[in-house]
Design a protein around this ligand. Structure first.
Ligand SMILES: Cc1cc2nc3c(=O)[nH]c(=O)nc-3n(C[C@H](O)[C@H](O)[C@H](O)COP(=O)(O)O)c2cc1C
Length: 194
C-alpha cells in the first residue's frame, strides 16, 4: 500500500439542468472520501467557462485548478450520463484540455441513464477516448439505471446494494492507481512528466 494517499479527482460530466448525474456523482464522491487510501476533489463541467473560439491543450492553462489536479493525480473517476448512447460534448471538451497529465493513470467510469442499462453503452463509448488520453481503465464500473428514481429529494441513495458495489469499484481503482503510481515512479517511460 502506498504511504501517501492516492489523489483521485472525480469529474461530473454533464451541465444539464436537473441532471440526475449530480446526485450520483455526489454519492460516489462521498464514498471516495470515506476511503482512507483516497484523497479526492470534485470537478463539475459546469464550472469550466470554455471559450467558443478555441479548443484543446492550447487552452489547458486557462483552467489551472484542473491542470494542477490532473498533474498530481493518480487516477480519475468520470461520472457520465448516457446521451444517445454517447457522452456529453462538454465532458469531451473538458478532458481534451489536457493530455500528458493523464498518461499511465487509472480511470474508472460511472454510467448514469434513464434506461435500464445504467450507462453501459456510454462507458463502452468512452473506452477508446480514454485509451488515447493515456488513461488505464479499470474493469469495475458503477451503473445507475433509472437514475431519477434512485435518490430521494435530499440526494440520499435509496438502494443500499450500491454500498457493496462501490466498495468493489473503489477497491479495483485503488489497486490500479497504486500499481500505476509505482510504475510511474520506478519504471522509466518517455511519457512521464518530470
Ligand atoms: C440528449 C439526451 C440523450 C439521452 N439519451 C439517452 C440514452 O441514449 N439512453 C438512456 O438510457 N437515457 C438517455 N437519456 C436520459 C439520461 O440518461 C437521463 O437523463 C439520466 O438521468 C442521466 O442524465 P442526466 O444526468 O442529464 O439526468 C438522454 C438524455 C438526454 C438529455
Amino acid at each position: 500500500m502506498a504511504e501517501e494517499k492516492l489523489f483521485i479527482p472525480l469529474v461530473l460530466g454533464t451541465n444539464r439542468k436537473e441532471r440526475s448525474s449530480e446526485a450520483v456523482a455526489r454519492w460516489v464522491f462521498t464514498q471516495m472520501q470515506g476511503r482512507e487510501e483516497i484523497e479526492s476533489a470534485f470537478f463539475d463541467v459546469r464550472d469550466f467557462a470554455l471559450p467558443q473560439d478555441h479548443y484543446g491543450t492550447e487552452i489547458g492553462h486557462l483552467f489551472p485548478e484542473w491542470k494542477a489536479a490532473m498533474t498530481r493525480a493518480d487516477g480519475l473517476v468520470i461520472v457520465s450520463p448516457e446521451y444517445n448512447h454517447g457522452y456529453p460534448g462538454i465532458l469531451k471538451s473538458v478532458l481534451d484540455l489536457l493530455l500528458k497529465e493523464y498518461i499511465h493513470k487509472a480511470v474508472s467510469f460511472v454510467g448514469v441513464s434513464a434506461g435500464p442499462w445504467g450507462g453501459t453503452r456510454v462507458i463502452e463509448a468512452m473506452l477508446p477516448m480514454a485509451r488515447e488520453l493515456g488513461l488505464a481503465v479499470t474493469f469495475s464500473d458503477l451503473n445507475f439505471p433509472s437514475a431519477s428514481s434512485k435518490f430521494d429529494v435530499d440526494g440520499n441513495l435509496l438502494d443500499t446494494a450500491y454500498e457493496k458495489r462501490a466498495k468493489g469499484f473503489l477497491d479495483e481503482l485503488v489497486w490500479m492507481a497504486t500499481t500505476l503510481r509505482w510504475g510511474r515512479e520506478y519504471v522509466p517511460s518517455r511519457f512521464h512528466q518530470k
